[in-house]
Ligand binder design. Structure first.
Ligand code: BMA
Length: 847
């Protein structure tokens, strides 16, 4: 007996240990053998597939279709959207799962209409790719082999009857998309292909648990003072048990314990947690994006029943829309921790039309590129997807504010009860998912739906009753449901009903709200109108160009490499795109010699256009408090407004933006033959800089040279630093043979901003056709250093190579006598480094 007792006592610590971990819910991915087939095809039609996959990538994995991006393959794949598809997984659950009281499977990224069966029992019907679906499966799951089966309805055929039954056609391009809560760009956009697929875009997860499961934890920031931040940890849990437990919050410094009584059912509760001397979260340029790591636990008898780790930041964010003192307009800007932020950034769209191909590496690279380009805000545009957790984690960590649209764009949406319920549930889930991220600065109802309704002639096709109905549906969703949800659940993040507030045809678009200014591009207005059409916050404006030449090579054959070839036209989704690029190019540039040169000039043209806009917006600070150009990136390789192409290669625009977004900058602006230089500071403290404005001929003769040492720049300001007549600046030089260099240096003599300015458009410049450019290559640690010199000014120098890698600088103007070094980052070791690089420049690429 004694011996037995001893044995028992010895075993006790082990038992406790095992029980300790056994208590926690078991969470694991459904790993197994996946296969798929076209519905209706026989059993032997099943093909293996790696999940996550949509039908297109599943077919591609099996080489049953060709690369959808290659040549004009897109067109040949349109049959896919009208078929139903089946996916299936054979898996063996871990034994431990069966020892738990509850077993559930959670599905995310189910695109879109699926019947999901476990061992032939229907466990779920899904109809929204943005939602999370959970099924209790304890009674269907068995030890050994299980079959999880998905039947996907064609997203087109599924909604056709309902679409017809509406009695009218909702406005918007490819508007049948509005019937389905699925990424709207899948149906084709003016920068992307049409790939209406279905599939499993995330691996499902099993969760097995006994007594308590935490469903959601939310850190609500109640108040912040320098001494203390009061946080309220709100938790929603499911419990099978009642009785006393402890709610524990841990950060790396301390632990707080609160006693609570559990009650069975789905319950909400909260604990207060005070953080001493909180370090605030700041966006890039204003400070450190400090983050706190917390663990929240529910502990019973010393053992955690469930626990959640979460990372968050302490900050307040406001959207300030206040009437101007003169009564003429209304502000629109973000205030972070009480400090106004001039937003610098771009509109972000998904990184691939097939989201399942986007990896953590893609996210890290793109957010790094955003940070490198001195941005502090991205707008996640409403025709794409609510981004993945990784995206927001990176934005939190790097201090990138996120303007988050709900996923509605350029259309009117149905308003029936079923649709609204689905939309409301989606909103709530997404708000809950994102509300601990300090990067979220705004929730916006939709992209251009309001603008379309009022200004794109949409109303004309409807009778009075239909108009009333459609608008009522709009208001119900965007002004009522989404707004209420954001107010109640989004952790004090502001809501904005629609972007833009007013369209460009309304003069109010320049005095209040955010604006999408498309007079440049759609209305063919010259780039200079950006200087006049300055809104309070520019949330979209853009100009197209072609992707990097190597990206073009990847989807074409030599015979396709012409502006109007069938293949190139298939990769230009804007009906007037090529004509507009060509028309604008003619205004400012001489004729490109080849198609490759055209592609290069298109990028320089685009970069100049966006720089004109960015500079106008920054100069007009604080009247204008933000500039987000359209668009950061691409979903496939094609002509588009992106500054960074689908392969992640920087176009000229991304290089220009990095310079144009530097926090301290001197900006040239000519008005009535007077060259004005504005100093803009986005910093929150005073700076002292020296300004130098100097004019040179293209062969390097100095025409004028003025310096202003010790210039004070107030924090967060824009003001005139210097001005001179063009005549005195050029001082006898000719405008077609002169460049003005404007340089700001800081107190220790480092260059903080440098801008080269010309008095006439590039086509009028008298550039040397064959400037004596020399390029010397030397191997360095992370690649090759390229040193460039020239004896005559060389405009828009593009260095290129077939070797994969990244050029630290490109598309820059090289002054005579200047020595410029560029780092080419690559992992390759080159046999002939000197012969590996080539240089293109404007005079050589145009006639
Ligand atoms: C905007 C966007 C997109 C579109 C872009 C270019 O207004 O919201 O819908 O791709 O213009 O036309």
């Amino acid at each position: 007996m004694r011996a037995l007792l001893l044995l028992f006592l010895l075993a006790l610590p082990m038992l406790t240990d095992a029980q300790y971990t056994q208590k926690l819910p078991l969470r694991q991915r459904v790993e197994g053998t996946w296969r798929f087939r076209k519905a209706g095809d026989g059993g032997d039609a099943y093909k293996p597939v790696q999940i996550p996959a949509g039908v297109h990538t599943a077919l591609l994995q099996n080489k049953l279709i060709e690369d959808p991006f290659y040549r004009d393959n897109e067109e040949k794949l349109q049959w896919i959207e009208r078929e139903d598809w089946e996916f299936e997984c054979e898996f063996v659950p871990e034994e431990a799962v069966f020892q738990r009281t509850h077993v559930q499977i959670t599905f995310k990224g189910i695109d879109t209409y699926a019947h999901i069966y476990l061992n032939d029992s229907l466990i779920l019907e899904t109809d929204n790719m943005f939602r999370t679906w959970t099924a209790e499966v304890k009674k269907y799951l068995k030890p050994g082999k299980n079959i999880l089966h998905f039947y996907f309805d064609s997203p087109i055929k599924k909604v056709e009857p309902e679409w017809k039954a509406l009695g009218y056609e909702l406005p918007g391009s490819n508007a049948i998309r509005t019937m389905t809560r699925k990424a709207q760009f899948h149906y084709g956009w003016d920068w992307g292909p049409r790939m209406v697929g279905c599939g499993i875009l995330k691996v499902p997860e099993i969760c097995a648990w006994d007594d308590v499961l935490i469903e959601d934890t939310y850190v609500h920031i109640e108040s912040i003072t320098p001494e203390r931040a009061r946080l309220i940890f709100r938790v929603r849990y499911r419990s099978e048990i009642s009785g006393p437990v402890s709610f524990v919050v841990l950060d790396n410094k301390r632990k707080s314990i609160d006693s609570r009584q559990l009650r069975p059912g789905v319950r909400e509760d909260s604990v207060i947690y005070d953080l001493k001397n909180p370090k605030l979260w700041w966006c890039a340029g204003l400070g450190e994006p400090h983050l706190y790591d917390f663990t929240f636990q529910i502990i019973k008898n010393g053992r955690p029943e469930d626990q959640i780790n979460l990372r968050t930041g302490i900050r307040t964010v406001e959207l300030v829309t206040e009437k101007d003192a003169n009564g003429k307009g209304e502000s629109f800007f973000f205030r972070l921790n009480g400090v106004p932020v001039f937003a610098k950034g771009a509109n972000y769209i998904p990184q691939d039309i097939f989201q399942e191909r986007v990896t953590g590496n893609h996210y890290r690279r793109i957010i790094d590129d955003v940070v490198t380009a001195n941005m502090n805000m991205l707008r996640v545009w409403g025709g794409g997807i609510y981004e993945e957790d990784t995206f927001y984690d990176l934005c939190d960590a790097k201090g990138i504010l996120v303007w988050q649209d709900f996923m509605y764009a350029c259309a009117m949406y149905p308003g029936n009860g079923k649709f609204l319920k689905n939309a409301a549930r989606e909103a709530l889930e997404q708000i809950e998912r994102l509300r601990n991220h300090p990067c979220i600065a705004l929730w916006c109802g939709n992209n251009e739906n309001r603008e379309g309704w009022y200004h794109w002639g949409w109303q004309m096709q409807f009778d009075e009753g239909q108009r009333t109905q459609i608008w009522r549906d709009y208001l119900l969703l965007f002004s009522d449901v989404l707004q209420t949800y954001v107010r109640n659940f989004a952790n004090n993040v502001p809501y904005w009903e629609s972007s833009p507030r007013y369209g460009r045809s309304n003069p109010k678009s320049n005095t209040e709200g955010d604006s999408h200014y498309w007079g440049v591009w759609h209305d063919e207005k010259p780039f200079e109108v950006y200087n006049k059409e300055v809104p309070r916050f520019m949330s979209e404006y853009g100009f197209q160009s072609f992707p990097e030449w190597r990206s073009i090579l990847s989807f074409t054959l030599p015979e396709d490499r012409k502006l109007d070839s069938k293949v190139m036209l298939a990769h230009q989704k804007h009906p007037r795109g090529n004509a507009l690029i060509a028309e604008y190019m003619k205004r400012d540039y001489r004729n490109p010699r080849t198609f490759e040169d055209f592609v290069y000039v298109s990028q320089v043209l685009q970069a100049e256009a966006m720089r004109t806009g960015i500079e106008a917006h920054r100069r007009n600070k604080p009247y204008c408090m933000g500039t987000l150009y359209w668009q950061l990136n691409d979903v496939w390789p094609g002509a588009s407004w992106a500054g960074r192409d689908h392969e992640g290669r920087w176009k000229a625009l991304h290089y220009f933006v990095r310079d144009a977004y530097t926090p301290l900058i001197a900006l040239p602006y000519m008005e009535d033959d007077i060259l004005k230089v504005f100093g803009v500071s986005d910093l929150s403290s005073d700076s002292t800089v020296s300004l130098r404005v100097r004019a040179l001929t293209f062969s390097g003769k100095i025409l004028s040279d003025v310096s202003q040492p010790e210039v004070k720049m107030r924090p967060d300001s824009s003001h005139l630093l210097w001005q001179g007549t063009l005549k005195t600046v050029l001082n006898g030089g000719k405008p077609d043979n002169a460049v003005v260099e404007i340089v700001l240096t800081n107190a220790v003599g480092a260059v903080v901003s440098r801008r080269l300015w010309y008095a006439v458009p590039p086509r009028k410049l008298n550039l040397a056709q064959r400037p004596g450019v020399e390029l010397r290559v030397r191997q360095v640690d992370d690649g090759y250093e390229l040193a460039l010199t020239t004896d005559e000014l060389c405009k828009n120098v593009l260095i290129y190579t077939d070797i994969p890698g990244f050029f630290s600088h490109n598309y820059f103007d090289l002054l005579p006598g200047e020595r410029r070094t560029v780092l080419f980052k690559t992992e390759r070791i080159l046999d002939d480094p000197q012969g590996a690089f080539r240089v293109k420049h404007l005079a050589g690429a145009t006639e």
